[in-house]
Ligand binder design. Sequence first.
Ligand code: ADP
Ligand code: MG
Length: 262
Amino acid sequence: MAITTGTEAAQGTGGTGGAAALEARDIRKSLPLGAETIEILRGISFSVAGGEFTAIVGPSGSGKSTLLGIIAGLDEPTSGRVYIDGIDITNLPESRMARIRNQKIGMVFQAFNLIPTLTAQENVEAPLYVGRRPGSPAARARELLALVGLEARLGHRPNQLSGGEQQRVAIARALAAGPAIVIADEPTGNLDQRNGHNVLDLIRRLRDETGTTFVIATHDPTVAGAADRSISIVDGLVASDTTVDGNERSGQGERVVAGGVE
Ligand code: ADP
Ligand code: MG
């Protein structure tokens, strides 16, 4: 149910046989630090096909959250472009960006970020009240909470749920609008190992059952191992891009980093 305008169609990625769910083209991000400028991202390019589960991996401070903020349209790159589902989201007016975020991008955070005064069901319903949608938000929320195994927790507030359950509610909320892509920043970072595994298994199952594209950031190589593909960021560049069977991806990141050292 893509809502497109002539402008969006004209801005589509084109030439690659159907738009990728996500395309990052030469993303750079510099920030002032005192009198200096630090370059956090120095030319990141990759594209993610629909239904792919990709991990962005790198040590703490390597720029993963900065990159995710840019691909989610929460932050602007210094240069480069981001396409979501073929739509160029770079430098859009905020009102238009807000609509695309609501319709096409689901976000999941390390700290769950549920609204504490709302029940699980109300948290999942919340994004469905933005804009005009067919169907009942309550019914859709119940269906999604059943999909993540929380049909018995509809009326619980976040402080009445375990961390693992809260993250499952957050994932259901991210899926509520049927987004093209779900972007999750360290989704297992606040969970113990067992609940972390459960969340990763859930993401894999949801990808299989709904075809949703997932991009997660993690500093933990074992978490990245749960994804189909792992893109590692070193010194602001893509240092490697491998699929789960160990094959190096080609033709996406044009930049070759020898040793990753300046
Ligand atoms: P990661 O998520 O991989 O841990 P971040 O994207 O959070 O990395 O941060 C990358 C680098 O950018 C870090 O060195 C961080 O200190 C710096 N940084 C992030 N945001 C800002 C900001 N608003 N101002 C200055 N430096 C920042
Ligand atoms: Mg981070």
